[in-house]
Design a protein around this ligand. Structure first.
Ligand SMILES: Nc1ncnc2c1ncn2[C@@H]1O[C@H](COP(=O)(O)OP(=O)(O)O)[C@@H](O)[C@H]1O
Ligand SMILES: N[C@@H](CCC(=O)OP(=O)(O)O)C(=O)O
Length: 369
């Protein structure tokens, strides 16, 4: 049966540790593997990091730049090199590819989100393998995905993929970073995110020398993907053929089981596509109402408002310590909410001088995170 498969490969797998030069044999095997999947009739998307790493190697820089403008310049050098290598390899195998560079704003704005969706649909329909990366050269800080793990999960969610493979330089997730904790325990299956929280995995915050987010970003990517019904696997990039083996049922890598009832596309866009513009701090009653009873958020349950936002922008709904419980689209601006927070809905017309919506966030526009 035709499956949609998104494969994300990180800088740590695409480049040689130390020199930062391209790991050509890995990339060639990856190209062969993806072509094999295409021949099996599957729809395949590759999310490839490496623009910054390859740009550094090309320019003789010995470490990943931190200054944003330099990083953007280096990515512009590396992205072209990277695509050249991919195109040579895939062309040798008679497989057309396409470059798709995205920024977060492409997914924030609904019309652009649908445009991206349509483009992927056409490319996959044409039998092309899209090669996706963040458009590092134009993305400004607040509109960056920041890491390609998140980008790959959003792409997998957008195209309603069956599988997301996160290829990295470790063979799977461990109870702690195996580089610093040699007896860390391997984890084969994560049935749900609650179970993962109970395992108390230590992830550190650092990636490898050239990578960005380490395991933290892979786990949050898995959370986004499984909510969209995408089975997610963390496995080793040095052996791309493992993808075929995993699809045949071999127990390799760490598997994250998809949620049985995926969240709708619109709610996924609210939860993960949009950038929240503020925070609403809720009391215990409001938290129970939205989290357990599936109700809308009313002004009465809001204790504090943070940030400046307009009507219909996305906000985080938090407990009193600031832990996010849900996200949603607000029916009132931050200025209005400062006036009506803690008030009963029937008082709103008197306070604001006009009749507004009964709810602050309607349950149709509210997603538990
Ligand atoms: N609990 C953990 N299990 C496995 N690896 C971990 C863990 N915590 C941190 N890591 C580190 O994450 C690194 C992979 O992240 P990163 O370098 O960002 O990869 P990539 O470039 O593939 O995105 C591994 O090299 C490993 O040292
Ligand atoms: N867009 C950046 C990749 C950022 C990133 O997430 O890198 P990695 O942790 O290696 O997957 C680049 O192409 O260098």
């Amino acid at each position: 049966m035709t499956k949609t498969i998104v494969v994300k490969i990180g800088t740590s797998s695409l480049t040689q540790p130390g020199t930062g030069q391209l790991a050509l044999s890995t990339i060639a095997t990856l190209a062969e593997t993806l072509c094999y999947l295409r021949q099996q009739g599957h729809r395949v998307i590759l999310v490839s990091s490496g623009a910054v790493g390859v740009g550094c190697a090309r320019l003789g820089l010995t470490e990943r730049p931190k200054a944003i403008a330099l990083k953007q310049a280096v990515a512009a050098v590396g992205q072209g090199r990277l695509m050249r290598v991919y195109d040579d390899l895939f062309t040798t195998l008679q497989q057309p590819i396409a470059q798709v560079l995205l920024t977060r704003s492409d997914l924030v704005q609904r019309s652009r989100y649908l445009n991206v969706y349509n483009t992927f649909g056409e490319l996959l329909g044409l039998g092309v393998i899209p090669v996706v990366n963040e458009n590092d050269t134009v993305a400004v800080d607040e509109l960056k995905f920041g890491d390609n793990d998140t980008l790959s999960a959003l792409v997998a969610s957008l195209v309603q993929a069956d599988w997301l493979f996160l290829l990295t330089d470790v063979d799977r997730l461990y109870s702690a970073d195996p580089r610093s904790v040699p007896d860390a325990q391997p984890i084969a299956l994560v049935s749900n995110m609650k179970e993962l929280a109970e395992l108390g995995i230590q992830t550190g915050t650092q990636g490898s020398q050239w990578g960005t987010g380490g395991m933290v970003t892979k786990i949050s990517a898995a959370r986004i993907a499984i909510a969209a019904g995408v089975r997610t696997v963390i496995t080793e990039g040095r052996f791309p053929r493992n993808i075929e083996k995993i699809l045949q049922g071999e127990p390799l890598g760490t598997h994250f089981q998809p949620q049985p009832e995926p969240t709708s596309a619109r709610k996924r866009w609210i939860a993960y596509g949009l950038l929240p513009a503020g925070k609403l701090y809720l009391d215990a009653g409001a938290i129970a109402a939205i989290a357990q009873a599936g109700k809308s958020l009313l002004a009465a349950g809001i204790k504090a408002v943070e940030g400046e936002f307009e009507t219909q922008e996305a906000v985080q709904l938090c407990d009193s310590s600031g832990n996010e419980i849900a996200r949603g689209l607000v029916n009132y601006s931050s200025d209005e909410l400062q006036k009506i927070r803690g008030c009963h809905s029937r008082e709103i017309p008197t306070i604001l001088g006009y009749v507004g919506a009964e709810t602050v966030v309607h349950r149709d526009n509210l997603v538990l995170t």
